[in-house]
Design a protein around this ligand. Structure first.
Ligand SMILES: [Zn+2]
Length: 391
């Protein structure tokens, strides 16, 4: 019975193993053979070979036969329209595909450009969130994301709240884009070291292999949200994290004289308990979206630093900077570190965005192999249909 359910690895079917042997085995029981080339060798490595082959094919990375000159520009639209000359050459298309298909330790640093196709407004581009807000009477879109402005003026605070509620509603409707799916495939294949996203839409959470974790702790999740997420809110006093309740942020203009920011339920509860116990009041914290604003100290800066150093030690062989212009100094510095490390490992650094990097960004990063201009959602179209990534 035992043998049928769970055969011991080194036993023949129907034969007892050492652990099962009585102290004095009856003569009918054969001891497992220990001799080498005997036909009674109880295990054949048959099953091992496919596994080994799988491993070795994973380990085998085809040699990179061509590398474009530093900062070479590849235009996706031109290529897809049929141009195969100059910088839109097949060679560069193949190089791009090689990076996505064969890199084994990919670090991606993503920005708003990745989520535009999901209906999330870009911040800085013309027609993006900042300029829309400007039309609505806010001095600058950026003002609404400035910690000092939002939390020092009830008027700006209310506008901020309204924007948060709107944005949350928008994020609830989104679906992952083609590019999110591509990143997920790479993660599924065990080749994504990390996705660092500046987006607060949490679209990655809708993908099987791009999950994040709040707060950021070991073991570090696949996706690191560099600027937090609109799906959570927290208390500025007790730090308790809650799922976002947008209705709390829907205060109207006429409520200017009332509390602009919602009160923390946990703090409120503690206050009641303290009052009952005759203890002194310690005040109640206010809830705010768990996103990082301009001019505030990053609450998770240290943990993010830990993830980055861990990933740098892991010797990434590909850095993909996608859908961002790297305007945020911290993110820019992080990309520089990764670019240098990837370069040292003979890896590939890709820039993938609708806009070219500025000259100063090019110089700052130092090592961009290919600047891919165009919508990142179209990058799959550049690869052959036979690509493993198209599965
Ligand atoms: Zn609290």
């Amino acid at each position: 019975m035992h043998e049928q359910i769970e055969p011991e690895p080194f036993s023949k079917k129907g034969q007892r193993t050492d652990t099962m042997l009585p102290l004095t085995p009856p003569s009918t029981v054969q001891k497992p053979s220990t001799s080498g080339n005997h036909e009674e060798i109880l295990i054949t490595p048959r099953k091992l070979f496919p596994e080994l082959r799988k491993l070795s094919s994973k380990a085998r990375k085809p040699p990179l036969r061509y590398r474009p000159e530093r900062n070479t520009v590849f235009d996706i639209d031109q290529y897809l329209e049929g141009s195969r000359r100059g910088k839109c050459s097949e060679k560069n298309a193949k190089f791009l595909r090689y990076a996505f298909e064969h890199s084994r330790r990919v670090v991606m640093v993503a920005g708003a450009g990745v989520s535009v196709a999901a209906g999330i407004p870009d911040f800085r581009s013309s027609g993006g969130l900042f300029s829309t807000l400007r039309d609505e009477g806010v001095a600058s879109g950026k003002e609404l994301f400035d910690f000092n402005r939002v939390y020092s003026s009830a008027e700006v605070g209310l506008k901020f709240n309204r924007m948060i509620a709107d944005m949350h509603a928008k994020c609830q409707e989104t679906r992952p884009t083609e590019f999110h799916r591509l990143a997920n495939t790479i993660a599924k294949e065990g080749r994504l070291t990390r996705l660092y996203t500046q987006n607060i839409d949490s679209i990655e959470d809708g993908m099987s292999h791009l999950q994040t974790q709040v707060p950021l702790e070991k073991p570090f999740p696949k996706t690191v949200q560099l600027h937090g997420s609109i799906r959570h809110m927290f208390c500025n006093k007790c730090s308790k994290i809650y799922d976002m309740d947008p209705s709390l942020f829907k205060a109207q203009e006429e409520q200017l004289d009332r509390e602009v920011f919602p009160l923390c339920p946990q703090c409120t509860e503690f206050e009641v308990v303290r009052a009952v116990a005759g203890m002194r009041s310690q005040g109640v914290g206010k809830l705010r979206p768990r996103i990082v604003l301009y001019n505030e100290i990053h609450p998770e800066g240290e943990s993010i630093g830990d993830v980055v150093s861990k990933d740098l030690k892991g010797r990434p062989d590909c850095l993909i900077i996608v859908g961002t212009t790297l305007k945020i100094p911290g993110v820019r510095a992080m990309c520089k570190q990764f670019a240098r490390q990837v370069h040292q490992s003979n890896g590939i650094v890709l820039w993938l965005n609708t806009e070219l990097p500025t000259k100063s960004i090019e110089d700052f990063l130092g090592f961009i192999d290919l600047i891919v201009v165009g919508d990142c959602q179209k990058v799959m179209s550049v690869f052959d249909t036979s690509s493993v990534l198209s599965k």
